[in-house]
Ligand binder design. Structure first.
Ligand code: FES
Length: 187
């Protein structure tokens, strides 16, 4: 070969190409990897939120959903009578309106001896009514009947009427009211 002859072009080395990918492709792959990792970490953290809430809720002291509320003067409740009274739920929101007025039945036995019954039936929660002539509370929904002391007489209710805690203070009757009593959470 003389100096004047053109030098043949060297064929691209396939092994070299495979060993080192182009720089641009590698950086795009890194970026996609980072995005994928970030998405997975975010999804993992989102799943942890309810789990952490469940675990830590047992350490948080729950506020009592009931409070002492005055039902008025003792003079409003003659002895040996049962009367309807209404209190304003202390845990209302402004838009609750009349639904926050909670009725209950007050039975005065004698002196400071009372029974204060939640109005909702222990079966499915319908409001029970007091019938003085028969001395019974009756539920209009499925025929549940209760004696004057609130114990179950007949029908589907599995127990007697729910009763509020009460106290007498400064000549007034007070009940611990608020959350509606249920079988799972009686007052
Ligand atoms: S709700 Fe009172 S008997 Fe069913």
């Amino acid at each position: 070969m003389t100096h004047d002859e053109p030098v043949p072009k060297k064929a691209p080395d396939i092994a070299d190409e495979m060993a080192e990918p182009p720089k641009e492709t590698a950086s795009r792959r890194d970026w996609m990897f980072m995005v994928g990792t970030a998405v997975n970490v975010a999804a993992g953290l989102l799943l942890l939120v309810p789990l952490a809430g469940y675990v830590f809720s047992s350490f948080v002291q729950h506020k009592d959903p009931r409070d002492w509320i005055s039902l008025g003067s003792l003079d409003d409740y003659p002895e040996k009578t049962t009367r309807l009274a209404t209190y304003r739920n202390p845990f209302t929101r402004p838009w609750d309106g009349k639904t926050a007025d909670i009725p209950c039945w007050v039975r005065r036995l004698s002196g400071n001896q009372f029974q204060v019954f939640a109005i909702n039936c222990a079966h499915l929660g319908c409001p029970v009514r007091w019938f003085q002539p028969s001395g019974l509370f009756m539920c209009p929904c499925h025929g549940g009947v209760y004696y004057e002391d609130g114990s179950r007489a007949s029908g589907p209710p599995p127990r007697g009427l729910f009763q509020y805690d009460y106290k007498v203070e400064n000549g007034e009757l007070w009940v611990k009211g608020g959350e509606m009593p249920t079988l799972a959470n009686p007052v």
